[in-house]
Structures are given as structure tokens and as C-alpha cells.
Design a protein around this ligand. Structure first.
Ligand code: PMP
Length: 362
């Protein structure tokens, strides 16, 4: 078993069983005599791997047939540009909700290709809440509405799915809570997620896009940035990230064995509940600044009342096998990322450590 519990925000912990399986077939995949890394992406072995990965993802999220699943590269960050390039069509503007670091970057990049209407922002209170939907200033003629379901740095998560206006598809950056809870794909025009949190290693971006949104790309869109090109070629227009796709496929199988997305959601709620309870019952030794109803179940941010103890906290945690707890440099403090693959034992170990640390330093 792993010797540490890894709370990194991404690349992040992967299921031990998946890594062990990958290790066991590293040199020889299913008797092919080849490593997956050595296979042609067009050979029958890899075609089987990518086909199964897609089918397993489709079954986990009940993705209807009128949606394409794309396995792309360039990270979630490239989607910030691909979205307006592909979906603006003959519209003039896109709607984006601003809830923190990642939505801000999505806005900045979209502005290179389109007018952007920021429908709501929680910047006024340091992104500690999600603005109520009935206050959003939406444009009925927007090409789409974009939001970030989980702000990985701020530890802020949407507890609801925004409603979609007729003709304005909903687009969601689900990078850090994809597959962590049940979603209704039919409510979305497009969902995307960088892999390195809940899907697999970095180097892969999953895009789920409704077919009627294909074919609208601006004429000067680079070929590699055109969803239609990748959809027509079943993500094989060029050489895809074969190894990340293979590992993602193993993660999807693992998720199915664990009982699927609903079972994960229940576990994630339990894990997050344990951590937030430890923070809230620490008599102010630890605090989580995010408004309770919007606290992320994936990235738990917290501070120590006495900031001068932070370095000691991190080094003592490390001695106890609890690593990568330092908050994002933009925010400071601590952050415990507890994606699907973080076992509840890891969260319990962290809670135990936090309680002991508070006792010793109060
Ligand atoms: N969106 C969110 C919500 C993220 O957490 C991240 C990465 N941490 C990104 C976008 C950017 O992803 P990438 O590094 O894959 O470009």
C-alpha cells in the first residue's frame, strides 16, 4: 500500500488498485507482448482500450447517444479558448459566472475571441460563495453559459446545476468534481474536465459535447482546436495521449466496481463531513472561510488561527505520512484535496492529526 496519504490538488492520488494493475501489465498488456505505451494508437489492442474507456464512462454518467465523448490534450486550460472558438457561431457574446481563479482565467481567455458577459461574480466577498441564481444578469442571446462547478483553489462548489435558457447551452468546467457526484448530462451542452484529479494522470482532457453544437467553429479555428475534427475522428485525428487514456479506462472500471458515481458521492460526502466537522469543532484553531452551503467536497481549504504555526503543521503532517496539504500559493493556508481515490482512512488520519496538533499547540 502507499506509504503516505497524498492530498494534492492535482495531479492527485489514484486508486491503489489501478496503479497495481497498471504495474502488473506495464511490460505486457494482456499477452500482447507490448506495453500500452508502445502500441500504435490505431492498432486493435489500443482501439479496444479506448473503446472500453468510452463505454465505461458512458455507463457511469448515463451519457446519451447524441453526445460525443472526446479524449483531448492541452488541459482544461485549452478549453478556455476552444469553447468560444467552437461555440460562438454567429452569436456575439458568451455568458460566464465568475466564482474564482479558474472562472477568471476562462473569462480572460474567452475575451480573446468573443465579448464576455460576466453574469455574476462573488469577487466582492473573496469568492466565498456562489451568487444566487436569481441575481444573475443573463443574456438570452448568449452563445452559451459557462460555470466552474468546483473552484479547486478556493474550495467552492456549486450545490446546484444552473438552469439553461432556451438556445443557451450550459457549459461546465468540471475538472475537479467530475465523477464525484451524479449529474444529468442532458442538462448540459458541453462538459469538460482535465484528467489529473478524478480521472487519471495529466495529459488528458475529457470533453462531452452534444452533437448539435459541433460544426459551428469559427473559420480560422486551428484544425487541432476544432471539436468537429476530433469528433469525426473518434479522438484519433492525431496521436492521442494513449497512456493517460488507458489509466483513465482503468479508473472508470474501478469506479464501476465501487458502485458507480452515486456510491462515490455518498463516500465523498462522508469524507468531507468528517473534515469540516474537525475544522468547525476546533474552537477556532482551524477555520474554513467558505460559506457552509458552498463548501467543496473535493478541496477543503482551511487556515490555522495562528499562521506562524503553518510550517510546523505541514512538517509535522509530513512526518505522519500526510502530504501535499499546503494551500495554493494564491491563497495561502491549507488545502486537503480528497478526490474519489482518497480512502476514508486517509481523511480519518488527517482528522486525528489535526486534533492532536491543535491539542499540542492550543
Ligand atoms: N479548471 C479547474 C477547475 C482546475 O482545477 C484546473 C487545474 N487545476 C484547470 C481548469 C486547468 O487545468 P489544466 O492544468 O489541465 O489546464
Amino acid at each position: 500500500m502507499a506509504k503516505v496519504y497524498n492530498f494534492s490538488a492535482g495531479p492527485a492520488v489514484l486508486p491503489h488498485a489501478v496503479l497495481a494493475e497498471a504495474q502488473s501489465e506495464l511490460l505486457d498488456w494482456h499477452g500482447s507482448g507490448m506495453s500500452v505505451m508502445e502500441m500504435s494508437h490505431r492498432g486493435k489492442e489500443f482501439m479496444q482500450i479506448v473503446h472500453e474507456a468510452e463505454q465505461d464512462l458512458r455507463s457511469l454518467l448515463h451519457i446519451p447517444n447524441n453526445y460525443k465523448v472526446l479524449f483531448l490534450q492541452g488541459g482544461a486550460s485549452l478549453q478556455f479558448a476552444m469553447l468560444p472558438l467552437n461555440l460562438l457561431g454567429d452569436k456575439k457574446s458568451v455568458d460566464i459566472v465568475d466564482t474564482g481563479h479558474w472562472s477568471k482565467l476562462a473569462i480572460k481567455e474567452a475575451r480573446r475571441y468573443s465579448a464576455v458577459n460576466v453574469v455574476a461574480s462573488s469577487e466582492d466577498r473573496h469568492y466565498l460563495y456562489v451568487p444566487a441564481e436569481d441575481t444573475w444578469q443573463r443574456d438570452p442571446n448568449a452563445a452559451y453559459l459557462h460555470y466552474t462547478s468546483n473552484e479547486t483553489i478556493g474550495g467552492l462548489q456549486f450545490p446546484f446545476t444552473p438552469s439553461s435558457l432556451p438556445g443557451v447551452p450550459l457549459v461546465c468546467d468540471m475538472s475537479s468534481d467530475f465523477l464525484s457526484r451524479e449529474i444529468d448530462v442532458t442538462q448540459f451542452g458541453l462538459i469538460y474536465a482535465g484528467a489529473q484529479k478524478n480521472i487519471g494522470p495529466s495529459g488528458l482532457t475529457v470533453v462531452i459535447v452534444r452533437e448539435d453544437l459541433l460544426g459551428l467553429a469559427q473559420p480560422d479555428t486551428p484544425t487541432m482546436l476544432n471539436y468537429q475534427v476530433h469528433a469525426d475522428a473518434d479522438s484519433m485525428y492525431n496521436t492521442p495521449g494513449t497512456y493517460p487514456i488507458y489509466i483513465a479506462g482503468l479508473v472508470f472500471k474501478w469506479l464501476k466496481e465501487q458502485g458507480g458515481v452515486n456510491a462515490m458521492a455518498a463516500r465523498n460526502a462522508e469524507k468531507a463531513g468528517l473534515l469540516y466537522h474537525a475544522i468547525d469543532s476546533s474552537n477556532g484553531f482551524y477555520t474554513c472561510p467558505v460559506d457552509p452551503e458552498f463548501r467543496s467536497k473535493m478541496n477543503i481549504v482551511f487556515r490555522l488561527k495562528d499562521e506562524s504555526l503553518e510550517e510546523t503543521f505541514l512538517s509535522e503532517a509530513k512526518k505522519n505520512g500526510l502530504v501535499q496539504l499546503k494551500g495554493h500559493r494564491a491563497l495561502g493556508g491549507m488545502r486537503a484535496s480528497i478526490y474519489n481515490a482518497m480512502p476514508i482512512e486517509g481523511v480519518k488520519a488527517l482528522v486525528h492529526f489535526m486534533q492532536e496538533f491543535a491539542r499540542q499547540h492550543s
